[in-house]
Design a protein. Structure first.
Length: 364
């Protein structure tokens, strides 16, 4: 009998060490934020926008015809505005499932983006792989309009940038963690998508904004962004270029970068090898494959001159060339890289190769 009680006591003792779920919030008591927006009200305040997906009951009760709910709140800071918004919420405001973070262009240019996003790192409220982008113009329609193709809130934005779902190199998908990592790296600046309102769809790509420290100082057009993708080896095979009356599809690319010093200034040489596929060509004045390759080389090299001139004028090294000088610069001089990048000599050469021209081979 005594052994039986000891056995029972041995089984009960481990149960006393188990922790209860006293701080767990049921899914029914949460408002899951799918998209978060931050816009500038004035010099002393910001406005927070949030959008929640609404579950549909099998009985059709509670949600009506809408599949989302949006709300906004003002505050001195983003954290202050979120705190005020929590006071209005009937349920717990949960940011752990946020898919996209939008920041107004005016705020990025006037105040910078990191001051309003400090709470993200300090409190770890948002997932670090959330999409980060800038918005030009009024943010209200973005959070009030239903998604045109029926996706849930937040999912539409992520699909817009995914490479398997219509994304192109021009869109330059950027995660929240990349923006913060480059903020604390003096040798590379961020390049963030800049979106504008679209009448047919939710938004459209205007270009990609580049920064100095945490403030936006300019932007690259979608066509100019291809140079960034080629140099950084981030290109995907969806880019169509028109040169010499022919349309070609850039399928693969490989960049080789040599860096050094010349006269105390950075000296950078870039060789990009591109493979292409012929899509169509002018029948009125057909060009040979070799001529089309030469036209593509000239087009990309000429475009790169403008891209480097833009970013060097502001000292914004979005390409990460500074990371290649990490071993030749003492850590105490990393902060000088922006000035060194302005004086850098950058030469880019493109070698293209047309691998697939179809029936055009019969004419050559």
């Amino acid at each position: 009998m005594r052994r039986r009680w000891l056995a029972v006591l041995g089984m009960l003792l481990p149960l006393a060490l188990l922790q209860g779920c006293w701080d767990i919030r049921d899914i029914d008591n949460r408002m899951l934020v799918a998209a978060l927006g931050i816009s500038m009200v004035d010099e002393k305040g910001v406005k927070i926008w949030v959008r929640f997906p609404l579950p549909h009951s099998q009985l059709g009760i509670g949600s009506g015809n809408k599949d989302f709910l949006s709300a906004s709140e003002r505050g001195k800071t983003a954290s202050d505005a979120l705190d005020r918004l929590r006071a209005r919420m009937p349920k717990y405001l949960d940011l752990s499932q946020t898919r996209a973070v939008f920041v107004e262009r005016r705020l990025a240019e006037a105040k910078g983006i990191y001051g309003c996003l400090d709470f993200v790192v300090r409190d770890r409220m948002l997932p670090i792989n959330a999409i980060f982008t800038l918005i030009e113009g009024d943010m209200e329609p973005l959070f009030q309009r239903p998604n045109p193709s029926g996706e849930l809130s937040g999912v539409y934005t992520r699909l817009f940038f995914e490479r398997y779902a219509g994304g192109t190199p021009q869109k330059n998908k950027v995660a929240l963690w990349e923006v913060f990592s480059r903020h604390y790296n003096h040798l590379q600046e961020s390049l963030v998508p800049l979106l504008v309102k679209d009448e047919s769809f939710q938004f459209n790509l205007k270009g990609n904004a580049y920064f100095v420290d945490d403030k936006m100082v300019g932007w690259l057009t979608p066509e100019e962004t291809l140079i960034y993708e080629l140099v950084t080896n981030r290109m995907t095979p969806f880019e169509i270029e028109t040169a010499g009356g022919a349309n070609v599809k850039v399928e693969t690319s490989k960049a080789q970068i040599r860096t050094g010093w010349a006269g105390g200034k950075p000296d950078i040489h870039i060789l990009i090898r591109v493979t292409m596929k012929l899509m169509d060509t002018s029948h009125a004045s057909p060009l040979s494959s070799r001529r089309i390759e030469e036209e593509v080389n000239k087009l990309l090299e000429a475009r790169s001159i403008g891209v480097f001139a833009k970013t060097q004028a502001k000292g914004s090294d979005v390409f990460g060339f500074g990371n290649r000088y990490r071993s030749s610069l003492p850590p105490g001089r990393y902060g000088e890289w922006a000035a060194l990048y302005e004086q850098a000599s950058i030469a880019l050469k493109v070698e293209s190769n047309m691998r697939n021209v179809g029936l055009k081979l019969l004419q050559e």
